[in-house]
Design a protein around this ligand. Structure first.
Ligand SMILES: [Zn+2]
Ligand SMILES: [Zn+2]
Length: 109
């Protein structure tokens, strides 16, 4: 099974250029600093000023649920909101997020 992985696109906040060895030659390497704090190698060649972040794509393998005490609900990292009658996702036997289908991870503070 070959699932196409899609990395989330983040805004580029800074571009750095550094000289580095490439085989025998010295070349300048461009780094894009993204809004998520990750640094991605490559020139910011996109029109919308965004670049796909493979680091964030890796992290998105799980969905983090954070308890919101004000609203008595669970905020998920995929942008959903769930209200559970009693207890957390584990107590309610929710192993996969109803929003994105990824394994649920409870955020610990
Ligand atoms: Zn990132
Ligand atoms: Zn989710």
């Amino acid at each position: 099974m070959n699932k196409r992985k899609r990395n989330p696109r983040r805004s580029i906040v800074d571009v750095r250029t550094e000289c580095g060895p490439y085989g025998q030659a010295m070349v300048s390497v461009h780094y894009c600093v993204l809004e998520c704090g990750h640094i991605v190698v490559g020139y910011p060649d996109t029109r919308d000023g965004k670049k796909a972040c493979p680091e964030c794509g890796k992290e998105a393998k799980r969905c983090t649920w954070t308890y919101d005490e004000t609203h008595c609900s669970w905020d998920t990292s995929c942008g959903e909101k769930f209200i559970l009658e009693d207890g957390g996702p584990h107590e309610n036997r929710i192993r996969f997020c109803h929003g994105c289908g990824k394994p649920v991870e409870v955020a610990v503070e």
